[in-house]
Design a protein around this ligand. Sequence first.
Ligand code: FAD
Ligand code: DHB
Length: 390
Amino acid sequence: MRTQVGIVGAGPAGLTLAHLLQREGIESVVLEDRSREYVEQRLRAGVLEQAIADLLVESGAGERLRGEGIVHEGIELQFDRERHRIPLRDLTGGRSIVIYGQTEIVKDLIRLRLAAGLPLLFEVGDVSVDDLESERPSIRFAHEGAEHVLECDVVAGCDGYHGVCRPSIPAGVLSEFSRDYPFGWLGILAEVAPSNDELVYAHHERGFALLSLRSPELSRLYIQCRPDEDLAEWHDDRIWEELQLRLGLDGWTLAEGLILEKGITGMRSYVAEPMRFGRLFLAGDAAHIVPPTGAKGLNLALHDVRLLAEALVSWYRTGSSELLDGYSDACLRRVWRAEHFSWWMTSMLHRFDSGDDFDLRLQLSQLRYVTTSSAASTSLAENYVGIDRI
Ligand code: FAD
Ligand code: DHB
């Protein structure tokens, strides 16, 4: 088997890359180790920067997004039992965010690719990448009982944080940077209309909580929990009770409903540099992870593949490797901005058990500043909606 670009992973990064390349007449094969059902149901992100929503629409993958995506022009920060609105649109010269589930993006892209009859293989096994420093890198994999070797010009490692591409880079090549946080998020999807028109990021002495949504009928909510929390100890009543405590306000209660899904997510910051080794290019979570506060992970993944697609198009068209050579540095500038923003939002909003109230006092001071100073709220807003040039 032979293709131009071999893509490992059919998450948002791999599928979007394949889509952008196909529009420019560049062939790719996408290999995914999970089933189509699993990938389409895996509940994750929901907040798109406007530039990313625009990318999907302009590239022809946004038909449903345009109709069903919900535009939000602000978010709310809650602390000391009060809510404060950050008017994203007013503070950023008209930019907003779009609420549209990652699962829906993945479904849209899979449908487009399969409808076009283009190669996207699910449930592949034993994936390995070889000869990365040569001009003919290859991907070995098993599919439907047979072993295959896919020869490529370039391999795109879009296989997430636990994938095989990054670990295939020889020791000593990558510099790695990371932070672990002493908490996780317990997330639920509930069959109930969102209780607020905009997202609420709540600071509370019992820990952080977040009110979000997926549609006019579906709420998405998160609570800070221990990183090793046992989901079995969180029966539905306990989840709602905790959410009421952390999000509740005088005169406002959270509407409850049937919990359709629940899961626990760890929190980590991680960056691997450079995002390239020979003919292997890493994109998305394969190269970097942010804690979810700030909603940057999915957006970063799509910014990466936009740049990678542009660089590959230029290379195939002109023979110049200038953009490919600059790919890692160009991505990492945005990645580090998002790393900082996500770490900062996480630090400002979560409860740290540090023994005294020093951190708590700093958090409250910062929250007051961010919600009263136009300089500080503008900084939050421009990072949240996504910085144009970085
Ligand atoms: P992934 O989505 O991880 O995709 C990688 C794919 O590769 C997967 O399909 C995987 O099965 C496949 N794979 C792995 N190993 C192999 C292999 N060996 N062979 C073949 N395939 C392989 N981000 C935001 O921007 N906004 C948010 O609101 C937000 N909220 C989040 C909430 C939660 C609860 C979580 C967990 C994450 C959230 N994120 C958010 C982060 C976002 O979901 C990720 O950053 C995003 O999924 C990254 O996409 P990706 O394609 O790089 O990686
Ligand atoms: C959602 C996830 C986030 O990480 C965030 O900051 C905001 C919203 C969500 O899943 O809706």
